[in-house]
Design a protein around this ligand. Structure first.
Ligand SMILES: Nc1nc2c(c(=O)[nH]1)N[C@H]1C(S)=C(S)[C@@H](COP(=O)(O)OP(=O)(O)OC[C@H]3O[C@@H](n4cnc5c(=O)[nH]c(N)nc54)[C@H](O)[C@@H]3O)O[C@H]1N2
Ligand SMILES: Nc1nc2c(c(=O)[nH]1)N[C@H]1C(S)=C(S)[C@@H](COP(=O)(O)OP(=O)(O)OC[C@H]3O[C@@H](n4cnc5c(=O)[nH]c(N)nc54)[C@H](O)[C@@H]3O)O[C@H]1N2
Ligand code: SF4
Ligand SMILES: [Mo]
Length: 724
């Protein structure tokens, strides 16, 4: 039986939009993907999937998808060219730029969807390593760079992120996340709200620390503790200090496994509950009570996400989050936080001493690895040795990074911009070439993203659900062809193993050896790609198991948890200064926070008509009714939202779920200048990143993570002609 040739067939696959990687059943009729439904037989996700994942087939069929290589004409419009023409021209132009200016004239930007694309990352890495550029950008510096830095500093490895053992926890403290809408990050979990609800149902307590009463709070999935934006680091310090001066640390754990504990105590002693109450907006007694509850719980767990990552002290906050867990004995405890090991123990892969993670650059000290996205315009516009050529792979920096107008003008200055994407997105408007990428249903893959982050560890291999439509190609193919044309090593150096172009039993990627790395990783668990492939609904491993953290998994040279990394010294001073600033302004300045909703996924669900019904045709600025009243603005007013970085005109909605002094605006919008995405351009919305800081000083030097939340803004009524 060959299911591939029958007119209607169903294939088990999984979603590659966000971390849960929900199992899906794809219906294929006459070779075309016609529908998706949740896969009830998936070993972990068991029939859970969300509206976005289930709309994946609409993205697949979207008439605005890029289906052929497109080249910009002199008049700014795009024309279809052949792959040979595109590859030939791109590779010779890139070669010329590098020969003339050196390899650092070239920098890639690697967007978020590459994290859900197993073969793309290594292909990107291979090309750029061979070219020899030291410069690269990634969406990670708008998302989670602080987490890599924080874990590296404390545990000696950027890939160690112990996850909350929610099935056994008594108290779950979650900072800056909205699991109902976003389905969690750095915690890959099926239907997070269902699991969190069950904590509450069995008598546990769940606290969401957030400047907004979030959706998760409205479903018996915990209570919100309202906090002023960008102040979590002080709350965390106070919690640890109150534990220290009250019930005390878990002495045995701290003594056996910790170092620099005295320095930690000294740091947190600066921030007792009574001192941070004003700045955080949380009553001192409430902070003390929470600290006691945490210390006294049989098992308590913590999690932190982008709402804190994007603040000014994301790295210190993540350090203190680990510390809260560690000093209370909850790290590596049943019901506390436990390192998840999936098909491969990845802790070692991220091993690096934090003190060796810094480089000196023309813009001061930076963390090694992805450069701060907030310096992208600075690198392009530098007088000496600028970036002149960029490849943007599955990203949309023009809308996803702070400082929209600087980004737009910088993009125009590039000598060569190649965008590899599903769409001609906002960034592609500045491209010389837009190359059509295959989507997740047009490639084989495993659910690699959750490795080391999964609540219920599992692996699944998916075949291509359908062959790539028209001339769409996978990233490894596109980048490999460019490498080959540049006479660099590529997967095309040898004939494929089965002699064909993937027409035999093997796919082309497999025949060209691209799955070897994963197969090798699987061997460590006595598995192979073949065994995984045979389990069409996934293969589940044992769950979170405490006991190995301190003796096996920890990656510091001395096998101690570093409770106060020396490299943090400068950040402590900034932290203290910012505290004083916050004390001065307490409650007088409006702060803008980020707000995800179920109808957008960063910028790439912007072109789905079905997600734009009713009032969903724009992004509103949400403001507390009292804050609106003070400013004389009301529902549906078009207001001017502005600060020193930029301004937008946006429709207003009052919402009492926000803390006073906070406004919220969803990102990913602002497609007025994106003709390649017609639905998105018809429903453009506004880009909050026009108001985010950019350039030197706008990111955390400990991690390169951009400052994107808690940014001061002001709102005023827009005077229309005839007004006043
Ligand atoms: N104000 C504000 N800004 C933010 C955030 C915020 O909360 N507030 N969040 C930040 C976060 S967490 C992130 S991760 C970044 C994201 O930043 P980016 O990764 O730069 O932006 P995305 O909007 O995710 O764009 C992804 C692009 O990849 C394309 N794409 C999707 N699938 C594929 C594929 O399989 N192959 C290829 N080649 N292309 C594909 C989409 O069409 C889209 O154009 O944005 C950040 N920006
Ligand atoms: N529907 C949808 N789902 C998504 C995405 C999407 O765009 N749309 N994006 C995906 C991506 S790339 C990621 S990284 C994940 C992110 O997943 P989450 O990190 O859970 O993202 P958000 O839903 O933005 O939740 C962040 C929360 O932080 C709060 N917050 C803002 N500032 C502060 C602060 O200073 N302190 C505290 N304590 N809280 C603050 C916000 O109110 C918000 O509720 O979501 C993924 N899932
Ligand atoms: S929760 Fe994430 S992975 Fe699951 S279906 Fe929705 S978008 Fe896909
Ligand atoms: Mo993200």
């Amino acid at each position: 039986m060959n299911s591939r040739t029958s007119p209607i067939r169903e294939t088990a696959t999984f979603c590659r939009v966000c971390e849960p990687a929900c199992g899906l059943i794809a219906t294929v009729e006459n070779g075309e993907l016609t529908g998706l439904r949740p896969d009830k037989a998936n070993v972990v996700t068991r029939g859970f999937a969300c509206n976005k994942g289930l709309a994946g087939d609409e993205i697949h069929r979207d008439p605005d998808r890029v289906n052929y290589p497109m080249r910009r004409r002199k008049d700014g419009t795009f024309e279809r060219v052949t792959w040979d023409e595109a590859i030939g021209d791109i590779s010779s132009r890139l070669r010329e730029i590098i020969d003339k200016n050196g390899p650092n004239a070239f920098a890639p930007y690697i967007g978020n969807p590459t994290a859900f694309n197993t073969l793309a990352g290594p292909a990107i890495g291979a090309l750029f390593a061979q070219i020899g550029t030291k410069r690269m950008f990634s969406s990670g510096t708008q998302d989670c760079a602080n987490k890599f830095a924080g874990s590296e500093a404390v545990f000696g490895s950027s890939t160690m992120h112990p996850v909350p053992d929610l099935d056994h926890t008594e108290l779950f403290l979650s900072f800056g996340a909205n699991p109902r809408v976003s389905h969690a990050s750095f915690l890959s979990i099926r239907d997070p709200i269902r699991v969190i609800k069950s904590v509450v149902a069995r008598g546990g307590r769940v606290v969401h620390v957030n400047p907004r009463r979030i959706e998760s709070d409205k479903t018996k999935a915990g209570d919100t503790l309202l906090i002023r934006p960008d102040t979590d680091v002080y709350l965390l310090a106070a919690l640890i200090h109150e534990i220290d001066r009250g019930p005390g640390f878990d002495a045995a754990v701290v003594k056996t496994h910790g170092k620099h504990v005295a320095e930690l105590r000294a740091f947190v002693a600066n921030y007792p509950a009574e001192r941070v109450a004003g700045v955080t907006g949380i009553d001192a007694d409430e902070i003390r009570a929470l600290a006691l509850d945490f210390a006294n719980a049989k098992a308590a767990s913590v999690h932190m996400s982008t709402g804190v990552n994007m603040g000014r002290q994301g790295t210190l906050a993540y350090w203190l989050l680990h510390m809260l867990s560690f000093v209370t004995g909850n790290l590596d405890r049943r019901g506390g936080n436990i390192l998840s090991v999936g098909f491969y123990a990845s802790a070692k892969a991220g091993r690096r001493p934090y003190s060796q993670s810094f480089i000196e650059s023309e813009f001061g000290t930076l963390r090694k690895g992805a450069l701060p996205g907030n310096l992208m315009p600075d690198y392009i516009e530098a007088e000496d040795d600028p970036v002149r050529a960029m490849f943007v792979v599955a990203g949309n920096p023009v809308l996803s990074i702070g400082g929209e107008s600087r980004l737009r003008s910088a993009m125009k200055k590039l000598d060569l911009l190649v965008v590899i994407d599903l769409y001609r997105n906002a960034t592609a408007e500045y491209a010389d070439y837009v190359l059509p990428s295959a989507d997740s249903f047009e490639r084989e893959d495993i659910n690699i993203t959750g490795l080391g982050l999964q609540f219920e560890p599992w692996i699944q291999f998916t075949e291509k659900v359908v062959e790539p439509y028209a001339e769409r190609r996978e990233e490894w193919w596109i980048l490999g062809k460019i490498a080959q044309a540049m006479e660099l090593k590529s997967p095309f150096d040898h004939e494929p193993l089965d002699g064909g172009e993937g027409d035999g039993d093997m796919s082309e990627a497999e025949a060209r050896g691209l799955w070897g790395r994963i197969d090798h990783m699987l061997r460590g668990r006595s598995l192979s790609l073949e065994t995984v492939r045979a389990e069409t609904h996934g293969l589940k491993f044992e769950g979170l198991e405490p006991g190995a953290f301190y003796n096996e998994q920890l990656q510091t040279d001395d096998m101690k948890v570093d409770c106060c990394p020396a490299a943090f010294a400068e950040a402590f001073a900034r932290c203290a200064n910012e505290f004083e600033e916050l004390e001065q302004e307490a409650g007088t300045r409006l702060k803008m926070i980020t707000l995800r909703d179920p109808y957008m996924h960063n910028s790439w669900y912007a072109n789905l008509d079905r997600m734009k019904g009713g009032t969903k045709d724009r992004n509103y600025l949400f403001i507390h009714p009292e804050d609106a009243k003070v400013r004389g603005v009301e529902d549906d007013d078009e207001v001017r939202l502005f600060n020193e970085w930029g301004e937008v005109i946006v429709a207003l909605r009052t919402n009492a779920d926000l803390a006073r002094g906070v406004v919220a605006l969803t990102h990913g919008w602002g497609n007025g200048q994106t003709p390649g995405m017609q639905v998105a351009q018809r429903t453009p919305g506004v880009n909050p990143n026009a108001l985010l800081p950019t350039g030197p000083g706008s990111f955390d030097p400990l991690s390169n993570q951009a400052f994107m939340t808690g940014v001061p803004v002001e709102v005023e009524r827009r005077l229309l002609a005839g007004d006043g």
